[in-house]
Design a protein around this ligand. Structure first.
Ligand code: FES
Length: 143
């Protein structure tokens, strides 16, 4: 290490920068070919919260195993989906005013059933089971 010249240090630094840039470029490509495995879902239901926290029109994103779940209280009842976009795995959000699920990454839009409305997502959002016990709302894997 005593003989490390400024030029050697810059070479190492440049290589690290190049490796970081390459990883940043390749990670979306890898994510496309190896999408999240939604079968890695918890065996046990996950508590979303109390019904009072989720009035009609509201939504809540909760941790569901390794991935987030989006729970929406629509006029037609409770619905739950994987919050992982089917395009490049960004986290989607509920737009209450538009009554659509929105992916901010590439302007992907899904309706309240999880179906693709427009944008690049190739498939609907994965549905999850949602139910209420007393005052508590739970999300779980679909049977
Ligand atoms: S990641 Fe959602 S539209 Fe691209």
């Amino acid at each position: 290490m005593d003989n490390l010249t400024r030029r050697d240090f810059l070479k190492i630094f440049n290589r690290l920068l190049a490796a970081t840039g390459l990883a940043a470029i390749l990670s979306p490509v890898v994510a496309y070919f190896y999408p999240p495995n939604l079968e890695e879902i918890p065996a046990e239901p996950v508590l979303v919260g109390s019904a009072a926290e989720l009035p009609v029109g509201a939504s809540k994103t909760v941790r569901f195993g390794r991935y987030p779940a989006l729970v929406i209280h629509t006029a037609g009842g409770l619905r739950a989906f994987s919050a992982v976009c089917t395009h490049f795995a960004c986290v989607v959000k509920w737009d209450e005013a538009a009554e659509q699920i929105v992916c901010p990454c590439h302007e992907g839009y899904f309706d309240a059933t999880g179906a693709v409305v427009s944008g690049p997502p190739p498939t609907p959002l994965a549905s999850l089971a949602v139910w209420q016990v007393g005052d508590e709302i739970y999300v779980g894997s679909e049977a």
